[in-house]
Design a protein around this ligand. Structure first.
Ligand code: ADP
Ligand code: ZN
Ligand code: ZN
Length: 725
């Protein structure tokens, strides 16, 4: 408290579902700075917050502020750049600022753990020790061995025989204990960089053109050498002293990308993803911040990792929807990456074999550059995709005769086959033959899926489980038939069809334990696995040289998906999955089973290719005012009753300021209204103008929690939703 009737106050972002920062009094002599963590009293609890701004003088009389309890950092932990990025995200995604800032910190740091780089104790030679080497008589073998060993660099561990010698040498002042801060930097492997194909060389020249912020869309089929170009651009940046951020959809699933960076850049590559232990993740974060690594390869949340000298951002598989966070701060890591690069003035590469419509629209508007790779590095011919008309065909567990023949043919020729089906488990429905009953999930508007291997019925929406019923739940009939196919059933059918061949399933049921994925991937690469049956987990960036046949079993669902992005996703999936075929020396073949061989979208995709297919979809989106030409936000609510959820959204709708060019559709029940025992409803907000949508949301969203009807619901706002469910 100062005599002049003012106090020093500082704004702190406290992780709480509230849209404002909170002011605290700064005790005399304290110097909080933006980005430092502070312990603060918050309601009845104590919380770790982050200082948002420089302290300022406030009139004492205005209100009484509670004082900061503790400064947790000596210097700002969050860099100004990341702090501003978090605030931008809070505003854009309409999320409480404290939670948004907390999202940028790895768990332990969020909880207040000291921000210290791990150090390791090691033995090190002193200058006196180095000078002593010449005087040590040859017969003092242990001493010589010790000094020679340490002359090569500090050692964390010494052989048993030298440890005692080291203690004696320490007493003489020849060696000392030290703290090593850095992981040893293994030498990069410069020989591993291949010479580029002419097409790659052209693309690299384009990527190198210009400087500062620039978005390049690296559009190239699977196997065309995109990753090699990321590596080369990264090498440019690293050679100039910069750091590189590489975002990938799921590193846990595709260790290859991080592996290739590690191969090229050695130990200067950090991984950052949710399968890592929290402490490891915090260390990676701190090393990037301290400029101690060259490259961070990470998933979504890595977009908030602070860097000392970020010089390039790469987003691999930029179309992948797992870049969109589906809870809390619902950010798109791709979009935030572009925003971050723009603010920093550094280039971005968005890579994909199937760029999103958003990205292609930016190319058409000439905001992004289009860099193409049209040829595969190793095999020249792209896979031939053929439609298999299922109408009137007799199917064996969903597999048509021509598909089975093709599998036999490829296996006979020493190839491998991959069958893609979008459903795990044995059968999606267990149906009563007598009355048509299907086992419902007790919590959701959904059927339970039969998992025969585990002998369970499982709800794929809320994970509820039940024993497999032996009798119909309605008429007690004992005749229950599994209807439809999942990965388990296809696997079983293939075992019967191709005895003696190794058939493997590749889905989240099969790959549960750590290490299992790597083992399976190794077996596939070595050719031990003949047929692979998997879900979209398989579509993600795996590189199987021996794969010659890809079968897509049920594309029809996607043709009639309820979501406006269903066709875009179908096109991406078909293109990505078929890109898995023929990457080695064998030419690829792709067979697509469908009951809709005349479907115009499917036809265009196969005849004219993904680019032309997207042009058509973009024209449709433009006509309909859908993204990327219109902008959406989805307000979701769930409650114990449908009426409560709808009442809240109706109130929310009234709270939104009306404006020309802005519309609200709903509230309506969500496509799956009951999920996990709660009723869900949604209100779709739409505008042709992004800024109008933003203004409208900003005017109303912070006040929604104060609505009386908000008490009964859980609600969230999703700006640029990835889907409308
Ligand atoms: P993408 O990322 O587009 O799928 P990659 O960069 O992974 O393509 O390249 C496909 C395969 O070709 C990889 O095994 C890669 O190591 C190899 N490759 C890429 N560029 C070259 C090149 N110029 N010379 C030889 N091999 C290459
Ligand atoms: Zn029945
Ligand atoms: Zn359920």
């Amino acid at each position: 408290m100062s005599a002049s009737g003012t106090a020093r106050a500082v704004a702190v972002a406290v992780p709480a579902p509230l849209y404002t920062a909170f002011d605290y009094e700064v005790p005399a002599g304290w110097a909080p700075r933006p980005g430092m963590r502070v312990q603060v009293p918050f309601g009845r609890r104590s919380a770790v917050g982050v200082v948002l701004e420089e302290p300022r003088e406030v009139p004492l009389a205005e209100r009484r502020l509670r004082p900061l309890a503790q400064l947790l950092d000596d210097a700002p932990l969050l860099t100004a750049e990341v702090l501003e990025l978090a605030r931008w995200c809070a505003a854009y995604y309409q999320h409480p600022v404290g939670e948004s800032v907390a999202t940028c910190l790895p768990g332990p740091l969020r909880g207040g753990a000291p921000a210290a780089l791990a150090t390791r104790r090691a033995w090190q030679l002193t200058p006196a020790g180095a000078a002593a080497l010449a005087q040590i008589p040859p017969r003092a073998r242990a001493q010589r061995a010790l000094i020679e060993r340490l002359a090569a660099g500090p050692a964390e561990e010494l052989p048993e025989a030298l440890a005692a010698t080291a203690r004696i040498a320490m007493a003489r002042g020849w060696v000392e204990r030290t703290e090593l801060e850095d992981a040893p930097v293994a030498a990069a492997d410069p020989a591993s960089a291949p010479s580029l194909t002419p097409e790659q060389a052209d693309a690299l020249a384009q990527l190198r053109k210009g400087d500062g912020f620039q978005v390049d869309v690296l559009d190239g089929v699977t196997g065309s050498g995109k990753t090699e170009l990321y590596l080369q651009r990264a090498a440019d940046v690293v050679a100039a002293g910069g750091q590189v951020l590489v975002l990938a959809p799921e590193i846990g699933l595709t260790p290859q990308l991080a592996g290739r960076f590690a191969q090229r850049f050695g130990a200067r590559v950090e991984r950052y993803h949710s399968a890592m232990a929290e402490g490891e993740r915090a260390q990676a974060w701190l090393r990037a911040r301290a400029g101690r690594c060259a490259v961070v390869v990470g998933t979504r949340s890595a977009v908030f990792v602070p860097f000392a000298r970020l010089g390039l951002v790469v987003v691999d598989e930029e179309h992948d929807t797992s870049f969109k966070q589906q809870e809390g701060l619902r950010y798109s890591a791709r979009d935030v990456a572009v925003m971050r690069a723009r603010r920093l003035g550094v280039p971005v590469i968005l890579g994909s074999a199937t760029p999103s419509l958003e990205t292609l629209a930016n190319v058409q508007a000439q905001r992004y550059r289009h860099v193409r790779l049209t040829r595969r590095v190793h095999t020249i011919a792209p896979p031939a995709i053929r439609l298999l008309d299922l109408r009137g065909q007799r199917l064996k567990e969903g597999l048509s005769a021509p598909l089975l023949q093709a599998i036999g043919r490829h296996l006979g020729a020493g190839g491998q086959a991959l069958l893609f089906i979008n459903r795990r488990g044995f059968a999606p429905v267990l149906l009563c033959h007598d009355c048509g009953w299907q086992m419902p999930c007790p919590n959701c508007d959904a059927r339970m899926t039969l998992h025969r291997a585990r002998a369970r019925m499982v709800c794929h929406h809320c994970a509820a489980q039940a024993p497999v019923p032996v009798k119909c739940g309605a008429c007690a009939s004992g005749v229950l038939v599994p209807v439809g196919q999942g990965t388990e059933r296809i696997e079983e059918a293939l075992h019967a069809e191709f005895p003696g061949k190794r058939i493997e399933r590749f889905d989240s049921d099969r790959i549960r334990r750590r290490g299992e994925l790597e083992r399976l991937l190794d077996d596939i690469r070595s050719g031990d696995v003949h047929v692979l049956v998997g879900t979209q987990m398989l579509a993600k960036g795996h590189d199987f040289a021996g794969l010659s046949l890809v079968g897509i079993l049920n594309v029809d669902q996607a043709l009639y998906g309820a979501d406006f992005r269903a066709l875009e996703r179908m096109g991406q999936l078909v293109t990505q999955v078929s890109g898995r075929a023929g990457r080695g020396t064998q030419p690829g073949e792709v067979l697509l089973q469908t009951h809709e061989p005349q479907h115009p979208a499917l036809h265009e995709l196969l005849r004219a290719g993904y680019g032309a297919f997207c042009d058509t979809l973009l024209a449709q989106r433009r006509t309909l005012g859908l993204p990327p030409f219109g902008h959406l936000a989805l307000l979701r609510a769930d409650a114990p009753s449908a009426a409560q959820a709808q009442a809240f959204l109706a109130d929310a709708r009234r709270a939104l300021p009306g404006a020309q060019g802005f519309s609200a559709l709903g509230p309506v029940p969500a496509p799956m209204e009951r999920l996990g025992g709660r009723f869900r409803a949604q209100l779709l907000l739409r505008s042709a103008s992004r800024s109008l949508l933003q203004r409208t949301l900003s005017a109303a969203v912070p006040g929604l929690d104060a609505l009386p009807s908000a008490r009964a619901v859980r609600w969230s706002v999703d700006v640029d939703p990835a889907d409308l469910f």
